[in-house]
Design a protein around this ligand. Structure first.
Ligand code: NOJ
Ligand code: CA
Length: 704
C-alpha cells in the first residue's frame, strides 16, 4: 500500500498540529477532525455545505488500556491519490480510486498511548480506521469496545435489519430512529442464533435523510474486515446517534489483538442521488489489491443445482437414509437403508449435467453428496461431515468423467453445520479431494451454532476462519461461494476467488414464507455493497402449491422479474435455481438466462430508490452486447429507460422480456411477453413493470 501511495507523485504534506479539515476531490464532502476538551478524538462530516454527521467520538477500549481521551495531536499527514485498478470480475472493468487522505497521529500520556486515525474522503463517501502502532504500553490488547459514533442530526429514515451475532437472514425494515424499537420488536430470535436485543442493527444499513427536497443517502458499513469482529450499530433512538457494537465471543471479548494492528475501515457511502450508492466502489477501494498473482483460473460462472428439489416441499432430503433415527453413531454408511428421496444420486446428477450441457450452463452444484447428514439430523449434534467420502449412491469417479465429457463443471458442497473447527482440520484433504475429482468451486455452509461453542458466526475467530478458508482455497486454485459466513466487506478485491456469499435472506426463503418484492429492491443498496450475493435467481415456478397442495408459500415475484434479477443483483457466480423441468416449460424465457453474462465491463444505474425500484444497464465484458434490467416493489410502475448510454450511431436489436399487462406477482406471476424492437442512443422507453415485476432486455448490435 505504502509503495503505491508514494509512486503516484501526489501532494504530500505534514501539517502543524491542530484541528484538521479535508475535502473530497469534488469539494462536496468535508471531513473535520479535532480533539475535544477531554482530549477525545472527534470527527464530523458536511455534505454540500450542510452538517451530515455532527461531531462524533472515536476510540477503542481494551482491558489493558483505553484509547479514548487524553490525546493531543502530534502531527497530521495529508495526501491525494488518484489511481485506477482492474478487478478480475465485477460491474466495471476499470475502477477509479480517487481520494484525499488525512492521517492524524495522536499521543496521550500517563500512561503513554499512541493512535493514528486515517481518514479517506472520496467523492462518494468517507472511510476511516484506527491504527495502533507498537507502543511503550501494552502490545497485546483484549478489546471490549470500539467507540466509533455516527451522530446524525435528525430523525431520518433507516433501512436496516436487527442486530444479530449469527445471521443476516432477515427482512428489512424501513423505519426512523424514533420508530426503530417498534420495528425491531417484531423479530423473534433465530433458532440457534444470538439476537442482541435492544436497539441494535446490522451493517450494511442505509439512511435517507429527511430533507424532503433533497434527501441524502448514506450507506454505513465496513471495509476489509480481517483479524477483528464484525461491526453492528447501537442506536441511540432519542439522539439519532449510532455507535459501533463489536461482535463479542461468548465470553464477552470482541478482539484479541497484537500490535501493530489496523482495524477494518468504517465506511459511509454518501450521495443525494440514490443511483450513486449503487454505483459506488468505495468499499472495494478501501480493500487491499489482489493478493493472487495468477488469476487466470478464476472464472465467473452460471450454475444449476441439485438443490431446489430439497426446498419444494416434496420431502426430498440431503441425507441418504432415514436410518439415523434407529442407529445413533453411524460408522458404516453402506449398511444404511436408502430412503429413496435423495436427489444427490448418480442418475439424477447426470440429468442435471445433460441439461446444463445442452443449455450452456457452466456448472452443476450437488448438495447432499457426502456422509454426515444423518449424524447431524440425529440431533446428537455431532455434526461430523466427511468432505472426502461420498454416499453409496453417488459415484464420484463416474460423475467426474461424465461431467468432463459433457464440458460441465461439478460444484462441490461443504456443509459444515457450523463445525468450523473440524472443517479447518479437514480442509486440505477436502480441497485435495476436489482437485483430484475435477471440482474448481465450492459452496460452503455454516448452519447452526458455531463449534467451538465460544464463537459466533461474525466474531473475530470466525472472521479469521473465513479468511483462512479463502486463502487456502486460493492455494488450491479453488473458487468459493460461502453461505452463513461473516457478511462481505469487499475482501473479494483481495481474494477474487471469493466469488459470492449469501449473508442475507436469500431466494431459498421463497419456499419458506416468501420474500416481498421490496426485498430485492433494498439488498443492492445495503448487503450488496460488501460484495456479490448468491441470491439464487431464476425461479420460474413461484407457487409452492404447484408441488404440494398443502403449501401456500408464494414467491414475491413475477417470472419476468426473476430475469431482471440477473442484472439488478450482479454476481460472478449466478445460479439458475429452478428445476430443469420448469425451464423446459418456459423455453423462450429461459433463453434470457442462457444469454445473460455474469461479468461486465461497464454499468450505468438509470433509476434508483431504495425499497422501491432499480433500473440498470450493463455492458457484457466479452462482447458488444448491453443488457438492461428493471424491478419494482409491489406497485406497478413505468420505468423510464433512457438508452443514451449506447454508442452513438449504432442500432441495437432489443429483445424485451416483460410482464404481460395483466401480470401481478400475487395473482398472475407467470404472465410474460417477449418482443423485439430496434433502439439506439436516442431511444427513450416507458416500460410497464407489474406489481412485484421486472423487465429484462438484451441489446445486440445490428450489423451496419
Ligand atoms: C443453507 C443454505 O443457505 C442453503 O443454500 C443450503 O442448501 C443449506 N443450508 C444446506 O447446506
Ligand atoms: Ca442460508
Amino acid at each position: 500500500m505504502a509503495k503505491s501511495l508514494i509512486s503516484l507523485g501526489m501532494l504530500l504534506a505534514t501539517l502543524a498540529a491542530g484541528a484538521a479539515t479535508i475535502t473530497s476531490p469534488s469539494g462536496d464532502i468535508v471531513l473535520n477532525f479535532d480533539v475535544d476538551a477531554q482530549g477525545a478524538p472527534v470527527y464530523s462530516v458536511d455534505y454540500k455545505g450542510k452538517t451530515l454527521v455532527a461531531p462524533s467520538q472515536l476510540g477503542i477500549v481494551a482491558d489493558e488500556t483505553e484509547f479514548k481521551d487524553g490525546f493531543k495531536i502530534l502531527s497530521t499527514d495529508t495526501v491525494t491519490v488518484d489511481r485506477t485498478w482492474q478487478p478480475v470480475w465485477g460491474e466495471y472493468s476499470d475502477v477509479r480510486d480517487h481520494f484525499r487522505e488525512l492521517a492524524v497521529n495522536l499521543k496521550a500520556d500517563d500512561p503513554q498511548r499512541l493512535l493514528t486515525l486515517r481518514f479517506r474522503v472520496f467523492d462518494d463517501g468517507v472511510g476511516f480506521r484506527y491504527e495502533l502502532p507498537v507502543q511503550d504500553g501494552p502490545n497485546y490488547l483484549t478489546v471490549k469496545k470500539e467507540l466509533s459514533q455516527f451522530n446524525f442530526t435528525d430523525d431520518h429514515t433507516l433501512f436496516c435489519i436487527p442486530g444479530d451475532y449469527d445471521t443476516d437472514e432477515y427482512l428489512w425494515s424501513e423505519t426512523t430512529f424514533s420508530k426503530l424499537p417498534e420495528a425491531l420488536g417484531s423479530y423473534h430470535r433465530h433458532s440457534e442464533a444470538q439476537r442482541t436485543g435492544g436497539d441494535v442493527i446490522q451493517t450494511p444499513m442505509l439512511i435517507k435523510t429527511n430533507d424532503s427536497k433533497n434527501p441524502v443517502y448514506v450507506n454505513i458499513h465496513e471495509a476489509a474486515l480481517a483479524g477483528y469482529p464484525a461491526m453492528l450499530l447501537d442506536v441511540d433512538v432519542e439522539n439519532n446517534n449510532m455507535s459501533s457494537h463489536l461482535v463479542p465471543d461468548r465470553l464477552g471479548v470482541s478482539a484479541y489483538l497484537q500490535l501493530p494492528f489496523a482495524t477494518p475501515w468504517r465506511t459511509m457511502i454518501i450521495s443525494d442521488d440514490a443511483r450513486d450508492i449503487l454505483a459506488s466502489q468505495l468499499i472495494y477501494n478501501l480493500n487491499e489489491p489482489c493478493a493472487i498473482e495468477d488469476t487466470s483460473w478464476i472464472k465467473p460462472m452460471k450454475f444449476m443445482g441439485v438443490w431446489w428439489e430439497m426446498f419444494t416441499g416434496n420431502e426430498k432430503t440431503w441425507a441418504y437414509s432415514d436410518d439415523y433415527l434407529a442407529k445413533p453413531g453411524i460408522t458404516d454408511y453402506s449398511t444404511l437403508k436408502p430412503n429413496g428421496r435423495h436427489p444427490a444420486n448418480t442418475e439424477n446428477v447426470k440429468k442435471y449435467i445433460d441439461f446444463a450441457a445442452e443449455n450452456g450452463i457452466d456448472g452443476v452444484l450437488v448438495e447432499g453428496w457426502n456422509e454426515g447428514w444423518e449424524d447431524w439430523a440425529s440431533y446428537r449434534k455431532n455434526r461430523q461431515f466427511l468432505f472426502d467420502k461420498a454416499y453409496p449412491d453417488f459415484d464420484v469417479d463416474a460423475l467426474r468423467d461424465y461431467a468432463k465429457e459433457k464440458g460441465v463443471k461439478l460444484i462441490m458442497h461443504h456443509e459444515t453445520a457450523a463445525n468450523a473447527a473440524d472443517y479447518e482440520l479437514q480442509l486440505d484433504r477436502a480441497f485435495q479431494f476436489m482437485k483430484d475429482n475435477n471440482y474448481d468451486a465450492v459452496k460452503t455452509g455454516y448452519v447452526g451454532a458455531i463449534i467451538p461453542r465460544s464463537e459466533h458466526h461474525t466474531s473475530q475467530w470466525m472472521v479469521d476462519h473465513a479468511r483462512h478458508v479463502i486463502e487456502r482455497a486460493a492455494d488450491f486454485e479453488i473458487m468459493v461461494d460461502s453461505h452463513e459466513a461473516p457478511r462481505p466487506t469487499g475482501l473479494a478485491r483481495t481474494y477474487p476467488n471469493w466469488l459470492a456469499q449469501e449473508s442475507a435472506r436469500g431466494g431459498e426463503f421463497e419456499s419458506m414464507g416468501g420474500n416481498p418484492p421490496s426485498h430485492t429492491a433494498i439488498l443492492p443498496f445495503t448487503r450488496l455493497k460488501g460484495g456479490p450475493m448468491d441470491y439464487t435467481p431464476g425461479l420460474f415456478e413461484t407457487r409452492m402449491s404447484y408441488y404440494n397442495e398443502g403449501k401456500d408459500s408464494q414467491a414475491g415475484t413475477t417470472l419476468a422479474r426473476q430475469l431482471a434479477l440477473y442484472l439488478t443483483m450482479p454476481s460472478p457466480m449466478q445460479m439458475a435455481c429452478d428445476l430443469p423441468e420448469n425451464y423446459q416449460r418456459f423455453p423462450d424465457a429461459f433463453q434470457f438466462i442462457k444469454d445473460v453474462p455474469v461479468d461486465w465491463s461497464d454499468s450505468k444505474y438509470l433509476e434508483a430508490e431504495p425499497n422501491r425500484y432499480i433500473t440498470v444497464a450493463r455492458k457484457d465484458k466479452n462482447s458488444d452486447d448491453w443488457y438492461v434490467g428493471t424491478i419494482t416493489d409491489d406497485k406497478a410502475r413505468k420505468a423510464e429507460i433512457d438508452f443514451s448510454f449506447l454508442p452513438k450511431g449504432q442500432k441495437f436489436e432489443a429483445t424485451i422480456y416483460e410482464d404481460a399487462p395483466d401480470a401481478d406477482w400475487k395473482t398472475n406471476p407467470q404472465a410474460y411477453r417477449i418482443r423485439k424492437i430496434k433502439v439506439d442512443s436516442k431511444t427513450r422507453l416507458r416500460q410497464h413493470v407489474a406489481p412485484g415485476g421486472g423487465t429484462a432486455i438484451r441489446l445486440v448490435p445490428v450489423a451496419k
